[in-house]
Design a protein around this ligand. Sequence first.
Ligand SMILES: Cc1cc2nc3c(=O)[nH]c(=O)nc-3n(C[C@H](O)[C@H](O)[C@H](O)COP(=O)(O)O)c2cc1C
Length: 342
Amino acid sequence: MINWTTIKKSIIGLAPMDGITDAAYRELIDKYSKPDVLFTEFVAVEGITHGVTSLFKCFLRHKTETPIIAQLFGSDLKAFYKATFIAAELGFDGIDINMGCPDNNIMKKGGGGALIGKPDHAKNIIKTVKEAVNDWYEGKSMEDAQVAPKIIEWIKSIASPSFSKRNKLPVTVKTRTGLDYSVTEFWISQLLEASPEAITLHGRTLLQMYKGLADWVEIEKASKLVRQTSTIFLGNGDVKTMAQAKKRIEEYDLDGILVGRGTLGNPWFFSDKVPTLKERFAAMVEHSDLYLKYRPELKLYPMRKHLAWYCTGFEGSRAVRDRLMKVVTIEDLKSILSSLQT
Ligand SMILES: Cc1cc2nc3c(=O)[nH]c(=O)nc-3n(C[C@H](O)[C@H](O)[C@H](O)COP(=O)(O)O)c2cc1C
């Protein structure tokens, strides 16, 4: 379990990224550079409690000492309650609630970033997840929480006995600065009323999506507010190097930073290592092998984007990337890489 309040300061962790921070990515990055904390991709509470099997794959995980936080999104309180039991039984080290996703489909259903416009409901979600964490800690079973029998069966088939120790899991929130414009101080004060153990703030509004630059002045405003409480505060947005992460922590008086896109194609991100081309090619194969270990049914189609991210900055890299966009099997990948001189 992660204890956000006693964890060393200057936390630098891997941000959640849907379609990217899956089990293979987390395992690889953990092995290569050990971030302080790892987040899963976000998982829809309504979907997972209705037994949408593809979502269970997001909750596959490797064994590690590094805390892994399960991120949930949605709007329905009952589904949040049950999904918290599912994540707890699977041995995750904390539950993070997504209140910042700008995707229209998610927002229309009242989840993700839409919660910024509904602070009372947002606080109820935090309260519900905390209740679920508490009930699970005190010994309630998945049956008590009315998790569907087929889901219980699946969990029992994959959960390791070492995961069965019941800890009081911390409940955290990841969010943005506002809907159309920043309302950081109002919104963060609302969240603080529900006392989440940590808040991560991505310094953009929902309207901005990923455009422009993250606004670190807004992050600083939030940091000043959060400082007056026992909640841990992490900044997020556009950090590209470890040196930059450390500087921002100092500059804006943060407990830490989460990094997302800066890690793409660079599982060494959280160390000081600059890999050689040969090492990058080896990581491409290792990453692909891991991917197939967790998702053999998908072949290497979803890995193509990762392969392109690894494959930059050398003469002829563009042509190699074009070839990589056609790989389906590990043999295809190895054959392309072996034809290159490193
Ligand atoms: C492809 C992609 C998927 C993302 N998925 C999630 C997600 O599942 N949950 C979440 O809270 N944020 C998600 N984000 C947002 C990131 O966690 C992060 O807040 C954002 O990318 C800014 O940080 P960065 O500049 O370090 O990438 C996603 C971002 C990207 C680019």
